[in-house]
Design a protein around this ligand. Structure first.
Ligand code: 5AD
Length: 343
């Protein structure tokens, strides 16, 4: 059996096999991987792409990741913190527009204790019946993850960023570690969250080997969601002069993740749409099936700057859904506002 057939049969591949799938464009052309990925995706989810409302509720962060615009040491980053009331209001407004998933995303901001988050999550679940709450708040204690889950949180996004520990150490200060990140991901799974991992593509010092490690780790963890986007430099970070990740490689990785994890919910990310005008559609045509329009109130939105040129309006703007939905329909995809749980 060939490597792709074994992958389709659910087998774990070796690092060497992953390296070939990632890098050997001759034997495995991206166009073919994309077609296979689309047929796998279509057989499970059809042509629906699921829409999530993204609320970027705090730009404070205690971490100092070398790639990220809201890193602690960036004295030029504009900082804001929405109030719990305005987060709830944003979700209620989104609910009226039809959103059934809210993604609360922020830096690792210690203001957000469990005592503040628990009632907020309860209030959102109560005011928005049937909606899913997805958290993306970084690393917390097992106990905290448990309390937030008990309060009603359904899903949690925590990219592993890279599954190669030496590479992880070149992207983050020594206060952070790949082991710590993996522990959090395993805890989230154990607690019953639909769990999202993922990595930037083309981040500094990444290679075919680090991507192969990512794929092996994703096969092991088997997350319900996988977020991937090209690395895009931010001018106020240590990586300001590094080069942007490739869109083509990002699309190829989306296809490989779809083949490895057929049921995964895979977003066509904002970073992908920032790097390429047609990013969402290209992402779908590579096997993605989720989009996360930004529904953060406008005055905060501009301040949540992870990388340069991040889209804050147009296709990313949750207030003009019909425009993006029409563009999806023209490409053969039906935007779905359903909860869109993992099947
Ligand atoms: N380029 C692309 N993606 C980035 N992220 C953070 N900084 C950048 C950047 N410069 C991604 C990280 C993080 C997610 C919220 O945004 O992968 O997990």
């Amino acid at each position: 059996m060939g490597v792709i057939e074994r992958l389709a049969a659910g087998e774990r591949l070796s690092l060497g096999e992953w390296r070939s799938l990632i890098a050997d464009e001759e034997t495995y052309p991206s166009s073919r991987l994309g077609e296979l990925a689309v047929s796998v995706r279509d057989s499970i989810y059809g042509r629906r792409v699921f829409i999530r409302g993204l609320v970027e509720f705090t730009s404070y962060c205690r971490n100092d990741c070398y790639y990220c615009g809201i890193r602690r040491s960036n004295g030029k980053a504009a900082r804001y913190r929405m109030t719990p009331e305005s987060i709830l209001e944003t979700c209620v407004r989104g609910y009226a527009c039809g959103f059934r998933t809210f993604v609360l995303q922020g830096g690792e901001d210690l203001f957000w204790s469990d005592d503040i988050l628990v009632p907020l999550i309860r209030n959102i679940k109560e005011s928005c019946p049937g909606a899913a709450v997805t958290l993306s708040l970084g690393e917390r204690s097992d106990e905290s993850y448990g309390r937030l889950r008990d309060a009603g949180a359904d899903r949690y996004l925590l990219r592993h960023e890279t599954a190669d520990s030496a590479h992880y150490g070149r992207l983050h200060p020594s206060s952070m570690s790949l082991d710590g990140r993996k522990r959090c991901l395993w805890t989230l799974k154990r607690l019953g969250y639909q769990t999202g991992a993922g990595m930037m593509i083309g981040s500094p010092y990444s290679s075919v080997d680090t991507l192969a490690a990512d794929m092996a780790f994703l096969q092991e963890l088997s997350p319900e969601m996988v977020g991937m986007g090209p690395f895009i430099p931010h001018h106020d970070t240590p990586f300001r002069n590094e080069k942007r990740g490739s869109v083509a490689l990002t699309l190829r990785m989306i296809s490989l993740v779809r083949l490895a994890l057929p049921h995964a919910l895979i977003p066509a990310t904002t970073a992908l749409a920032t790097a390429s005008d047609d990013g969402h559609i290209q992402g779908f045509n590579a096997g993605a099936n989720v989009v996360m329009p930004n529904i953060t109130p406008q005055q905060e939105r501009e301040k949540y700057s992870l990388y340069d040129g991040k889209k804050i309006s147009g296709e990313e703007d949750g207030s003009d859904l019909s425009v993006i939905f029409d563009s999806f329909r023209k490409a053969g995809y039906e935007a779905s506002m359903e909860r869109g749980d993992y099947l």
